[in-house]
Design a protein around this ligand. Structure first.
Ligand code: IPM
Ligand code: MN
Length: 350
């Protein structure tokens, strides 16, 4: 297969971790007989510096003309002035929206070799295997934003169709896994949440009768996620709650640096990115954990190219390397290895 990949390194540790991910992609392609063509473009703060906009037209055009997109991270203190009208994050949000990537898949598992790093009792972590399906192109992220004198307003809206399509993604995924969906909202307070609950109940009942559905309020879900994480299979929720709950869920894995994501939607190119941010404090020092990006490459192979064996080969290599004791600085203070060394071990294990 020939794969045409747009690479958007972005800011902070983004460039380092995307180089690591691409090295692994090359190795998998070589081993399984595929060819990879990569083209790089600017996004985020790097794009603001170079051309004044966080998502230049050329970047969007390149993404539309690619089979899949590998993204590093965006943002940093240099572009965080609250007075500023352009922000790196706008580039990422617009990319998700322009490409119609309404479903963001964030899997969370606990690697047995890392259990000691997790600040939660080991017996609670047994059997944790959850997949958060975060709605990605609606809600308060994309509602009307304005100021009225000394008042600031962020609107939150969802349509029936926006909820239906992401719930269907969750339903299909749950059917192929543990056959349980937990839908998270704040239906005791928010009208959009009541819509979510109604639509989810109907879609699951009519289209996925063999998948169990439960509803949780986001505040108690925040508690259950760390007190009984193995009780969940697929979690589906709106944009903001999904953003917050997945950073929380990352604690279960031992480090935010380990977690990948896939943003998919209406069938065009998907965006694959680690869930961590740009980590400006450690940028350029070759100490960032590349595993979140490497596992995002695995998700890319699985979701954009239907290359399951190739995806599994990366996941197994990462697992073997962690079993072998390799640790970046986020995982151990005791003789950690660098970003490039970790990527090289994964490449060798493939
Ligand atoms: C994420 C990030 C982004 C988000 C930021 C960078 C806009 O936190 O992908 O989780 O909030 O979606
Ligand atoms: Mn986030």
């Amino acid at each position: 297969m020939h794969m045409r990949i747009a690479v958007l390194p972005g800011d902070g540790i983004g460039p380092e971790v995307t180089v690591a991910g691409l090295g692994v992609l090359d190795r998998v392609a070589q081993r399984f007989g595929h060819s990879v063509e990569t083209r790089q473009a600017l996004i985020g703060g790097a794009a603001i510096d170079a051309c004044g906009a966080p998502l230049p037209d050329a970047t969007l055009a390149l993404c539309r003309d690619s089979d899949a997109i590998l993204l590093g991270a965006v943002g940093g203190p240099k572009w965080s002035d609250p007075q500023s009208k352009v922000r790196p994050e706008q580039g990422l949000l617009r990319l998700r929206s322009e490409l119609g990537l309404f479903a963001n898949l964030r899997p969370v598992t606990v690697h047995p070799a890392l259990i000691d790093l997790v600040p939660i009792k080991a017996d609670r972590l047994r059997g944790v295997d959850l997949l958060v399906v975060r709605e990605l192109t609606g809600g308060i992220y994309f509602g009307e934003k304005r100021r009225e004198g000394d008042v600031a307003i962020d609107g939150c809206r969802y349509s029936v169709g926006e909820v239906e399509r992401v719930v269907r993604v969750a339903g299909r995924l749950a059917k192929a896994r543990g056959k349980r969906v937990t839908q998270v909202d704040k239906a005791n307070v928010l009208e959009t949440s009541r819509l979510w609950r109604e639509v989810t109940t109907r879609v699951m009942r009519d289209e996925f009768p063999d998948v169990a559905i439960e509803h949780q309020l986001v505040d108690s879900m925040a508690m259950h996620l760390i007190s009984k994480p193995s009780a969940f299979d697929v979690i589906v929720t709106e944009n903001l709650f999904g953003d917050i709950l997945t950073d929380e869920a990352a604690v279960l894995a031992g480090s935010l640096g380990l977690l990948p994501s896939a943003s998919i939607g209406s069938g065009g190119p998907g965006v694959y990115e680690p869930i961590h941010g740009s980590a400006p404090d450690i940028a350029g020092r070759n100490i960032a954990n590349p595993i979140g990006t490497i596992l995002s490459v695995a998700m890319m192979l699985r979701w954009s190219f239907q290359l399951e064996a190739e995806a599994a080969a990366i996941e197994k290599a990462v697992s073997d390397v962690l079993h072998g004791g390799a640790r970046t600085a986020d995982l151990s203070q005791d003789n950690p290895i660098g970003t490039d060394a970790m990527a090289r071990l994964v490449v060798e294990a493939i």
